[in-house]
Design a protein around this ligand. Structure first.
Ligand SMILES: Cc1cc2nc3c(=O)[nH]c(=O)nc-3n(C[C@H](O)[C@H](O)[C@H](O)COP(=O)(O)O)c2cc1C
Length: 411
């Protein structure tokens, strides 16, 4: 990469920086996927200690994990080179989170019963860190009464059971037994690690994506919003302990640990946000809401006309942000502009009842729709503007949350 290009990229703090994650890998056919999980945890800034069961080593070797994590892999309680041979609960004590992915039916059973005959089960029993298990097995194994009982017991013990997902299984059958995908597992780890964060217990609503206003059953008018900004804010809030509702008109995959309410049109988004906001602390309106909507929606596909021209009548959409209410609800608006950024943002704060507006020039390179970065300006109700540097959208999310935190009332 040329220096000119690399200097364009802002510096970002990885979401799991400095955190210690124990990754347990057990003897499932999905064990190969644990290499990707280990890699993504390391990329997210975590120190990753892998513990493998004896069966897991039949599927994938220790070298893979050692190379990915740059740390030794623990496979036995009796390994003289392992940290655990000196202190068998050492990993349990310094872990910020234990993730077992994939988790076999056998290991789930041992965990439910408190059996500790290998380093992984011993670590889980000894840790005070949150434990996440991601079962992966044949659908019949997962549906069997003993596995169901064991899962229920683990949930009762406070273990977070992630999945399994439904889909094609290694046996060739289709059913519930697939390992939850890596991105979702990393999201759950981030949520678990941040559970005592400064947004702990706060209800945050974020809207995201561009609304689609129907013209007829097959066509709509919309805008270029992808939802990336709103999704990044939702993840940032989740990572700080918030209870997050994401009202989404986007087709991005659902972030883990967040309640997603799908809303395609302005009307659906309005209804969801007004309903959700009654008990919320913070509403961040990152969605690009249509300003205009077809005056008439045809109930059948509009056919080509003979003259070759067609006129679409549009009417203005009423801003519903003032309708969002709730005791002590703090509102943050977004303004996507192509000119007169600060002036346009200033005009928006008061009518919307927003504590501040996040304004961005969507015509600037590296900013706005579809990009991973954004350069925003915060404009408060008094019109005072504070420009922010180019940041990754996750960091923009954190900056918005930092600013909003001092405005939230005590509960
Ligand atoms: C080819 C093969 C694939 C297997 N896949 C799974 C699986 O996906 N899930 C599971 O629970 N068990 C699976 N098993 C069975 C486990 O490996 C076995 O129950 C083992 O005792 C698990 O040990 P562990 O929990 O200590 O890793 C598989 C076994 C074989 C031979």
């Amino acid at each position: 990469m040329s220096p000119a290009i690399s200097s364009m990229q802002p510096i970002s703090r990885p979401p799991l920086e400095g955190k210690s994650i124990v990754l347990g890998v057990t003897g499932s056919i999905a064990a190969y996927k644990a290499a990707d999980i280990a890699s993504k945890l390391v990329q997210a800034g975590a120190f990753v200690d892998v513990i493998m069961t004896t069966s897991a080593m039949e599927f994938v070797g220790t070298t893979t994990f050692e190379a990915l994590t740059h740390r030794p892999v623990t496979t036995s309680l009796w390994d003289a080179n392992s940290e655990l041979s000196i202190d068998h609960v050492a990993l349990a004590l310094h872990a910020d989170c234990v993730l077992i992915a994939p988790a076999t039916a056998n290991t789930l059973a041992k965990l439910a019963m408190g059996i500790t005959d290998d380093p992984l089960t011993a670590t889980v029993l000894a840790t005070e860190a949150p434990v996440i298990v991601a079962p992966a097995m044949d659908a019949d194994m997962f549906a069997s009464p003993p596995t169901r009982r064991n899962v229920e017991m683990l949930v009762g013990d406070g273990v977070l059971v992630a999945g399994p997902d439904s889909g094609r299984l290694a046996s060739g059958l289709v059913g519930k037994g697939r390992l939850v995908d890596t991105a979702a597992l990393i999201g759950l780890v981030r949520q678990a690690v941040g559970r005592h964060g400064d947004y702990r217990g706060r209800h945050v609503i974020v809207s995201a994506g561009g609304t689609r206003q129907p013209i007829d059953p097959v066509r709509y008018i919309s805008n270029r919003s992808t939802g990336k900004m709103g999704y990044a804010i939702a993840e940032a809030a989740r990572d700080r302990g918030a209870i997050v509702t994401l009202v989404s008109a986007s087709s991005l995959p659902d972030p883990a640990g967040v309640t997603v309410v799908k809303a395609s049109t302005v009307e659906e988004m309005r209804d969801a946000i007004v309903l959700e906001s009654s008990d919320a602390d913070l509403l961040i309106m990152a969605a690009a809401i249509s300003d205009f909507t077809p005056a008439n929606v045809s109930d059948h596909k509009i056919k080509k006309q003979g003259s070759g021209e067609m006129t679409l009548d549009l009417k203005k959409v009423e801003d519903f942000m003032p309708l969002a209410h709730g005791r002590n609800l703090v509102k943050v608006a977004f303004a996507a502009e192509t000119n007169d950024l600060e002036m346009n943002a200033r005009a928006k704060a008061t009518p919307k009842g927003a504590a501040f507006v996040v304004a961005n020039d969507v015509s600037e390179p590296g900013s706005g729709f579809g990009t991973d970065t954004n350069r925003v300006t915060f404009v408060d109700a008094e019109g005072i503007a504070e420009q922010q540097p180019l940041m990754y959208k996750l960091d923009v999310g954190h900056a918005i949350l930092d600013r909003a935190l001092s405005l939230l009332s005590d509960r």
